[in-house]
Ligand binder design. Sequence first.
Ligand SMILES: [Zn+2]
Length: 244
Amino acid sequence: MHDNQKKLQERIISAAQASLEEKQYVSPIDILLRLGWLAPTHLDEWRKGKIRCLEQVLNANLKKISFAMECFRAWAKEKALKPSITEYIARTRERRNLQFSVSGHPTIEQHYRTHYISPVLSENKQKKLQEKLNKSPDLIVYRIVSDSQCNACKKELHKGSLLFMQAEEPLCIACAGLDDGFEYLPAGDSTLTRRVKKASTTCAVVVEFSRSRKRYERQGLLVEKEALQKVQQELSIDDTMRDF
Ligand SMILES: [Zn+2]
């Protein structure tokens, strides 16, 4: 091994160890971020489906990246960490799988999607962590505070309308496919919200920009009508049972 490679190997191992200590698991993305090869803004854009593959925006050449990933896997094996393949799904309406590598080769993709979990965690905690990592990200729908227009059907969207951002494109919820079969559930009833969220395959968080607080605030959820009805029914049965 060259001196340069040795130095890089040391950096990778210390990045991996730091992530593992912090979160009890470590992923290739953690390493790329810690090495400074991946900018958090690029990661965010990739997750939103704006970038074709992650390697395209990494600040290192493919040879170096593949060497780094090899070192990382060897380290994880040596530490007897538990590999866990995680899904990476784009935060877009079609929920496609995100691509990491330029080539898209299945083995390389699988390497990137493999997280390594600390064997120190109990079986139950490992399972919970795996479930959490595999959960698809929520879609975000904006309740707009100024007028806009749908890029697909050109409908005018007035203040207070719902808007979905598909990559850079503003879409009305009909064009985003979040209209038919969906219902708006305002925040407030936490039990209902939690259960519907679990029952609804697709679900979007509705946020609105607060000018005074200068941040987006959660207003409620767009959930599948069927899931909402099912949960409401279950909850009313629970209530009836309680009366007896
Ligand atoms: Zn539209």
